[in-house]
Design a protein around this ligand. Structure first.
Ligand code: GLU
Length: 476
């Protein structure tokens, strides 16, 4: 079999969203699993929709997540350039060839006429499509009008009867009735190719073997196959990825919030978690494992495990997953990732040891980096106790705990987690206290809150003196 060549072909019309990240990831993982090539191609022929900064965001996001392309903008490759706006002259020749072969035609209909057709179709609840007026026009006449400088577009002359049947690796047999298909514009009035022409031509020229893309492109596939076949080319294998849905099963869209990768990074999701989470939106590994790295994904990836059903975007699961990575990855890495969040919240993190401790002792209690500064703030200043906290400290049992521990701690020669832990255990036995009665006062005194990090670990960071001072403060 020939080498697998796949592509991710985004249009720079906005920040890369999680759906786009998934498409890129599946293409990358599939290429890696097959020892093939992953190509990045920028589809920027629609200048009106191009958003400034979108291409940079795309490159940065892919790089940040470890999705490396083998050929693409800035990297080169044997089919360069990989930016469609730099390949414009290529597409026109193929549009001409399609006209010559009777698979496309010039259309001179005005925007006003098209609006009128659509209005009538809308009223009659018919599919919105071009009515085919210019299909029958003689080619000589059309060329004369073009030469005379009349404005035109080029449309595909789609078959009007029967249906299109093709095979998709995820959906198997797909059948789309010809009536549903429009005579797609392939060259616009400004002379620019549309996505349909440019993507198809490039997929052929770049020797793409498998097209993995979102399900929303399924209905365009017959048009692409029609171009392939009209030009005598062999179409690639089609792999349409399932839709991503909200929990209420509606289609995920901008109306439901900002699903850009950048927005998720801003909230403190780690790249490891995003990759892992996005990988499971429509694909599942052979075993039941839920947590895996990019490398593991690449090794185990197969098209067979891509599902047809819409993949529900479960935010609770993402939070859980991010929490797992926050706990399990190296603390230095987490601290580095968290830095911006602390700086933005106005923390002085110049004492690196202190900062590392603060992150280490709090990362178990949050699900996103954004929540860390709030959770770790006691490492900079222990908050005033709430009224309820003050009441707890005044209770006789709390007083005994503080007195007991101050005495025991003072006598310790070596300030270790183990020794502290022994003191807490003997306090529990000697005073016959446990649970809240024991732990709440210790935590409140040391930490200002009844929930928080493990006590011995905390006391190690605090040191002997600060721990004792904080306990003493509450003894009446
Ligand atoms: N440029 C298209 C997009 O923005 C690519 C679709 C495809 O993969 O064919 O998603």
């Amino acid at each position: 079999m020939s080498e697998v060549r796949v592509r991710f072909a985004p249009s720079p019309t906005g920040m890369l969203h999680l759906g786009g990240l998934r498409t890129a990831l599946y293409n990358f993982a599939f290429a890696r699993s097959q020892g093939g090539k992953f190509i990045l191609r920028l589809e920027d022929t629609d200048k009106k929709r191009t958003v400034e900064g979108a291409a940079e965001d795309l490159f940065n996001t892919l790089q940040l997540h470890g999705i490396k392309f083998d050929e693409g903008p800035g990297k080169g490759g044997k089919f360069k350039p990989y930016v469609q706006s730099q390949r414009l002259e290529i597409y026109n020749d193929y549009a001409m060839e399609l006209i010559e072969k009777g698979a496309a035609y010039y259309c001179f209909c005005s925007a006003k006429r098209l609006d009128e057709i659509r209005a009538v179709q809308r009223e009659n609840k018919e599919p919105i499509k071009y009515d085919g007026l210019c299909r029958a026009m003689d080619i000589e006449e059309a060329e004369k009008r073009v030469a005379a400088g009349e404005s035109y577009v080029i449309r595909l002359k789609m078959p009007q009867e029967g249906s299109f049947v093709f095979y998709d690796k995820v959906r198997d047999k797909v059948e789309i009735p010809a009536q549903q298909l429009d005579d797609q514009v392939i060259v616009k009035a400004d002379g620019f190719p549309t996505y349909h022409l440019a993507a198809t031509v490039d997929d052929h020229l770049m020797e793409i073997t498998h097209v993995l893309r979102g399900e929303e492109w399924l209905s365009s596939t017959p048009k692409h196959i029609f171009i392939y076949e009209s030009l005598g080319w062999k179409p690639p294998k089609w792999v349409h990825l399932p839709l991503i849905l909200n929990e209420d099963k509606s289609k995920l869209s901008k109306r439901h919030g900002d699903f850009s990768v950048a927005a998720f990074r801003k909230k403190g999701y780690l790249r490891e978690a995003l990759i892992n989470f996005v990988a499971l939106l429509g694909w599942h590994p052979k075993s039941d494992i839920e947590l895996f790295s990019l490398e593991e994904l690449c090794t185990g990836f197969s098209l067979k495990q891509i599902g047809k059903a819409g993949a529900v975007f479960d935010m609770t699961k993402l939070d859980w997953m991010n929490g797992q990575y926050l706990r399990n990855l190296d603390n230095t890495y987490i601290a580095a990732e968290a830095k911006l969040f602390f700086l933005e919240a106005g923390f002085d993190i110049s004492d690196n040891d202190h900062y590392q401790h603060a992150v280490n002792l709090t990362r178990n209690y949050v699900s996103r980096l954004e929540e860390l500064p709030e959770q770790a703030k006691v490492f900079w200043q222990i908050p005033e106790l709430s009224e309820e906290g003050i009441e707890i400290m005044a209770q006789e049992s709390s007083q005994s705990v503080c007195r007991y521990l101050v005495e025991e701690f003072t006598e310790l020669d070596e300030w270790t987690q183990e020794n502290v832990s022994d003191c807490v255990k003997s306090c529990m036995q000697d005073l016959e206290l446990k649970g809240k009665q024991l732990f709440f006062p210790i935590r409140l005194a040391l930490y200002g809150d009844t929930k928080g990090p493990d006590i011995p670990r905390l006391t190690e960071v605090w040191g002997k003196e600060k721990t004792i001072t904080n306990l003493k403060k509450w003894i009446k």
